[in-house]
Design a protein around this ligand. Sequence first.
Ligand SMILES: Cc1cc2nc3c(=O)[nH]c(=O)nc-3n(C[C@H](O)[C@H](O)[C@H](O)COP(=O)(O)OP(=O)(O)OC[C@H]3O[C@@H](n4cnc5c(N)ncnc54)[C@H](O)[C@@H]3O)c2cc1C
Length: 386
Amino acid sequence: MSAVATATLRTGAPETEQLVDTYRDLAAPVVERIADADFTTQWRAMADLGVLRLASPDATAPGPVTRSLAMIEGIGLAGIDPGLCYALASQVFGMQFPLRDSLGADVWRAVADAQQGRELLCHALTERGGGSDPFSMRTRARRDGDGFVLDGAKTFITAAPVADRAIVFARTSEGRSPFALSAFLFPLDLPGVRRGETFTKTALPTVPMGELLFEDARLPESALLGEEGSGLAVMASTTAWERSVILGYALGPMQRLLDRTVDWARDRDHFGRRMGASHQVASRVSDMALALHRSRVQLYAMAARLDAGTPARQLAAEAALTKISVSEDYVRMTEHATALSGVRAFLPGFDLAADLAGPMAALTYAGPNDLLRVGVARQLGLPVEN
Ligand SMILES: Cc1cc2nc3c(=O)[nH]c(=O)nc-3n(C[C@H](O)[C@H](O)[C@H](O)COP(=O)(O)OP(=O)(O)OC[C@H]3O[C@@H](n4cnc5c(N)ncnc54)[C@H](O)[C@@H]3O)c2cc1C
């Protein structure tokens, strides 16, 4: 791997960079050992390294979010499977942090085991009919005695086939009122809860995706997150957290892509000289470095804002901009690397084989970029709706 490229872009605070290196070095031998293991075994191996453990909210230099981001970047640099890295980042940033920081001590106690990797969480919002418009959801929870009865289905859910507990969004009243939805957190072994179809994915294929089916599933009152009708507010928190930092999972793969492209362009002889002696090739490599630099700076800046105590909901626009920017930079970097790799980019057995679907999927999950753009423009004052 090119030491020059790696060193040039590491401009964060020394203690954060140290943590990235520590987790890269801790994960490196594990990556080889678990390469052929199933998803849950791989998950537990990363949990054993401490990747799912949140630092105390009082931690400083670096704060807890920056620490988690550095760990995720470190294991990504070590070359862990991007699907596994994505799923870990999704649980840490899209579920654990919002559950701990916005939803109170009782909720956090219920999921604290997730930090040891003994319980896996999933975030169930999307339905077969669509994910972008939460008010199109058909899953319903109706009051019944001292609890709720849940009916419906959640589809295309990361980790649903292997998860132990889910955050599930359901309609508790009709219409498109901001108070029509509620959020629930409950174990998936309750009567009336079943796993449905499992989906094979072209993007991040190693993390399982599936469906959850609810048929007269009785939920205790304690399963309700926040108040009845506060589902949209819970969603605003989990999605703002997720959009702020989930793409930290891509920093390792992006750096590795840059390093291997530099090695290739520097060493390959082409047209009677080194391929990297071409200004056009050099320009593409610089654009890759620019994309990675921009992404890294933005993600760590969002982590710092969250560490400083800014409520995630207040960061909705910045979170959307960060998600759009990093996902599109990831795609752009992949385009450059693919262009410079020639046919080898399309041959899975080659070192220069490109992952085209993984970066493209980042344009869609955690909110499709086109719709996030609409939300940003609305916050800026345009009279625009989805
Ligand atoms: C790898 C991966 C993991 C995922 N994991 C989860 C998960 O764990 N939990 C979960 O709940 N969901 C998950 N999803 C689903 C994801 O959240 C949805 O794909 C997303 O919300 C979009 O919903 P949809 O696919 O139904 O697209 P649709 O809502 O059908 O929209 C289709 C496309 O049309 C465009 N579009 C629609 N309306 C407009 C408009 N008015 N203006 C402009 N463009 C528009 C959107 O940009 C979108 O790309 C995952 C998806 C992927 C790819």
